[in-house]
Design a protein around this ligand. Structure first.
Ligand SMILES: NC(=O)c1ccc[n+]([C@@H]2O[C@H](COP(=O)([O-])OP(=O)(O)OC[C@H]3O[C@@H](n4cnc5c(N)ncnc54)[C@H](O)[C@@H]3O)[C@@H](O)[C@H]2O)c1
Length: 328
């Protein structure tokens, strides 16, 4: 993910100057730095002490995010942090508080909100074109799982992958009152563990939602959503590489994208561009630390629902950007 952000910063987002990249693995740091023709090192501190650096994009393994956020905040560097901010609520809150205390921007990496298709759907739902929302559906399936090392470092499928769907559900439909989750370890139960899950949501508005997640879809990276309303229904997502259907010899085929980097190439650039604009113009970031926390708590609620075999109710304090979820 760091490679993707670095390449976007270097070539795609004109408003950003990529100053340096840091990776703890010298071979990775050198390869990425040299391929992008920017300074590189293995020391995180080099970012913090460089007066040319206004902002840092954190795409290190998840357990390191929160400490890095705190260090960046203390060094007055704005932060775009990959999801989730941390693997527990307390640490997540500490990181958010650090950014607030030091008055730096903290944006969380929910790139789907910047994808033109999701954005267009959001705008039309906000404009009232869909009417009252009845149902939300989201499919988020990976062609194949990441490395076992990456899976083990990243928390459950709910806080690592489904977190994007919980965020998009909140964004497109609204706050969530209840989660009931089912899960199965099917492809490699001993090593990979849980690889398929379905969560059923009840929104505060009364609308219902279903999210399905898979690490082992086998056919492609398939990420789409649908919102059904009283006036219209919107289907979102373009999991094909090109807009063609190939018809031959009694068959029809499409060319699925293979991973998130292909599926959301444009969204990641727009995400970084929007973050840069928030920093430059001193605006609120589009996806706040609290949004990151809310989706994380929803992920942990799904974990609890599955572990305890019951529906988990959610409490909320505040609204909008300051909403705080907890489990009932
Ligand atoms: N938003 C998205 O669509 C998306 C997609 C993929 C990954 N991610 C997130 O990005 C993060 C990284 O995931 P990944 O798949 O790229 O992992 P990865 O393991 O492939 O890469 C992590 C990199 O961090 C480096 N690293 C380790 N410790 C470090 C340290 N102390 N300082 C600097 N660098 C260090 C590693 O050498 C490695 O190159 C995770 O938090 C993940 O959840 C988000």
């Amino acid at each position: 993910m760091g490679r993707r952000h670095a390449s976007n910063a270097r070539y795609k987002v004109g408003s950003v100057d990529l100053i340096r990249i840091v990776d703890a693995a010298p071979s990775v740091a050198a390869e990425v730095g040299e391929s992008l023709n920017v300074a590189w090192s293995t020391e995180f501190d080099d970012l913090l002490t460089d007066p040319m650096v206004d902002a840092v994009v954190i795409a290190a393994p998840t357990p390191l995010h929160a400490e890095m956020v705190k260090l960046c905040a203390a060094a007055s560097k704005h932060i775009l942090c990959e999801k989730p901010i941390a693997l527990d609520v307390e640490t997540t809150v500490e990181a958010i508080e650090a950014a607030r205390k030091h008055n730096v921007k903290l944006q969380v990496g929910f790139h789907r909100r910047f994808d033109p298709a999701w954005r267009a759907a959001f705008d039309r739902i906000q404009a009232g074109e869909l009417g009252e929302v009845y149902q939300f559906h989201s499919s988020h399936r990976d062609l194949k799982p990441p490395s076992l090392e990456r899976v083990r470092a990243s928390g459950s499928i709910f806080v690592d992958a489904a977190i994007h769907d919980f965020d998009i559900a909140r964004w497109l439909v609204g706050e969530i009152d209840e989660i009931t989750t089912f899960g199965a370890a099917l492809s490699n139960p001993d090593q990979l563990g849980l690889d398929n899950a379905v969560s059923v949501l009840r929104f505060a508005s009364g609308a219902l939602g279903v999210i399905d997640n898979s690490r082992v879809a086998g056919y492609g990276y398939d990420c789409r959503s649908e919102v059904m309303g009283s006036k219209a229904t919107v289907r979102i997502g373009h999991p094909t590489q090109t807009d063609i259907e190939w018809l031959a010899d009694g068959h029809e085929s499409v060319d699925f994208v293979r991973d998130f980097a292909e599926g959301f190439a444009e969204a990641y650039g727009l995400e970084l561009s929007d973050f840069a604009e928030a920093v430059r113009l001193d605006k609120e970031v589009a996806v706040s630390g609290e949004d990151g926390l809310a989706a994380f708590v929803l992920g942990t609620a799904a974990e609890r629902s599955l572990a305890e075999g019951r529906t988990v109710r959610l409490n909320r304090k505040g609204t909008g950007r300051t909403v705080k979820y907890s489990m009932a």
